[in-house]
Design a protein around this ligand. Structure first.
Ligand SMILES: [Zn+2]
Length: 170
């Protein structure tokens, strides 16, 4: 099992030596589509690629500074060979996969303030003037214009994320 320390970003000295912790960005391979959607909803910048071959995926992760997330041992080996951070996912459900991923990269707590991203395209969500009939805010994806609001299925997701969060802290 591999573990990663959180990288410190820009170790430059400005207004006192403060290190900003880098929020990890992910590149998720083709077999883990629903995991990539959940990462986006949690607010992580997550690319999902089901077209590219192993080498291209690894190079893409390297170029973009993303952590490669895969359940394919061969892909993990290829990443290792090229010195690209990669997390091998070995668990069967998205809930366990999220816990596994976060533990392996050292995330102990989920930040509930992070704005969700578009689960379809990873675009940023921006608030609109509109509200649902129940008065819920409606957000629009900056990229694909898809609309989002916290509807019934949000409750289920929230419960799942809460459970993941509590598994991390224990
Ligand atoms: Zn979108």
């Amino acid at each position: 099992m591999e573990s990663f320390r959180m990288k410190k970003q820009n170790q430059e000295v400005s207004q006192g030596e403060t290190y900003r912790v880098l929020i990890p960005r992910f590149l998720v391979d083709g077999m883990l589509g629903s995991l990539s959607r959940k990462l986006r909803i949690l607010g992580f910048d997550t690319m999902y690629d089901k077209e590219s071959n192993d080498t291209k995926l690894v190079l893409e992760a390297q170029k973009e500074g993303r952590i490669l997330v895969t359940s394919d041992v061969r892909l993990q080996q290829e990443a290792k060979r090229r010195g690209v951070e990669c997390v091998l996912i070995t668990t069967p459900t998205d809930k366990e996969r999220l816990v596994e991923l976060f533990l392996k990269i050292g995330i102990k707590r989920l930040n509930s303030d992070t704005a969700s991203r578009c689960s379809s395209c990873n675009g940023e969500l921006i608030p609109t003037e509109e509200k649902t009939r129940e008065g819920k805010e409606i957000y629009s994806c900056r990229e694909c214009r898809k609309l989002y609001w916290k509807g019934g299925h949000w409750k289920k997701l929230e419960a799942l994320f809460r459970e993941v969060g509590s598994r991390l802290e224990n």
